[in-house]
Design a protein around this ligand. Sequence first.
Ligand code: ZN
Length: 296
Amino acid sequence: MSDYLVKSLVYDGAIRAYAVDATETVGEAQKLHDTWSAASAAFGRSLIGTLLLSASELSGDEKMTVKINGDGSIGAIVVDGNAKGTVKGYVHEPHVHLPLNEKHKIDVKGAVGSQGFLSVTKDLGLKEPFTGQVPLVSGELGEDFTYYLAKSEQIPSAVGLSVFVEDDNTIGVAGGFMIQVLPGASDEILDEIEKKLQEIPLVSEMIRKDGKTPEEILYTLFPKDKVKILEKMPVAYECNCSKERFAEALASLPKKDLEEMIEQDKGAEAVCHFCGKKYEFNEKELTKIMNEANQA
Ligand code: ZN
């Protein structure tokens, strides 16, 4: 895996900035879920957005789930992220192609929809998870993550998410950045950033055409001598499912459902939403799960 994310402080701590090359991460997601172009771009942007948000907001064993539920043709997108740089997720309908939009780009907005919401549920190890939810404002997702940060976290920010999908649906490149304005940033700095954001190419172009690294993406956004790199973190698509976890899920089912699986179906097959792995349970295993659940 060569994907990584960099965390930095810019302009003596007035700005927090993150950049990531997530080409292999999104590539792996595309292969596992067999997403078609519009779904690849929308799912890929969601994975990149979750990587950036998790890197900026989580530490230790904290986790988050980002859910984008719009009225577009792919339906809901769900992505889990953590402080360690791994993500996993799924889209409701992966087989979506759409005609290119008026800018000759993949129609992410058409795939996601423009009515609906983006929600972020954070498991910070407390009793209750924290959930913030905002309506979709664009459906292109970069702006939607930006709106979430402004509205739900009160952090003025700019988010760029970008995926280049090849003609055969595979991922050419994928990456993004997240800029957060901290209290004390001067108007001059904000003007400079705003001007820069108008000029820069898409992150996917920076990676694909210019071969830029995440550090170099930050140097495109800001003067190099103002950027202080704090950390470099590998990122990847990773699912942590196991037969034991599915056994636990089966154990929580009503007894009559388990009996039905044993008597009528003579077994059960569980499929992981996140990676597509299949787990088979035979009659003997199901009986054991049922008996143990009843004793507990
Ligand atoms: Zn899995």
